[in-house]
Design a protein. Structure first.
Length: 149
């Protein structure tokens, strides 16, 4: 191969590299706006937030659980058999299904994949990788107020 053929070959490789790179940049520049449109941005939630629950303290029976709306997600209020109140995020830490209270077993259960949490929100069986997020409770007279923990 002569020197002139080598220069032509290097020139072709350079042109091919430039064309390939520009096609890659074009492809990425077209995909980026589509991806930004399809994947919504994470909105920061306020750090302080409270909800006054619609149930009076006297209406809550022992060994029961109630689902309520906390921000844009569900929360769960549990009154234990001993009469203690506890509140958690009602979103399972496995696949974000809504959990529920089972009176007969006195636990919090996720029906999606049979995940079980104890009354402290700790994951005790099934696939949930983390405990439920605990929420703070404040009782004022007969009103129950839930706040972010």
């Amino acid at each position: 191969m002569s020197q002139q053929d080598e220069q032509v070959d290097r020139g072709r490789r350079a042109v091919n590299w430039l064309l390939g790179s520009s096609l890659g940049v074009l492809f990425v520049s077209m995909l980026y706006p589509i991806a930004k449109y399809l994947i919504p941005p994470k909105l920061a939630e306020p750090t302080t937030f409270s909800v006054t629950l619609p149930w009076k303290l006297a209406e809550l029976k022992a060994n029961s659980g109630q689902i309520f709306r906390f921000r844009s997600r569900p929360g769960i209020l549990v009154k234990t058999a001993a009469g203690e109140l506890r509140a958690f995020s009602a979103v399972c830490t496995h696949l974000e299904c809504t959990v529920q209270y089972r009176e007969e077993r006195q636990d919090i259960w996720c029906a999606c994949h049979n995940g079980v949490y104890d009354l402290n929100g700790k994951n005790v069986s099934g696939p949930p990788p983390r405990p439920l997020e605990a929420l703070k409770l404040n009782v004022r007279g007969d009103q129950v107020i839930v706040m972010k923990g």
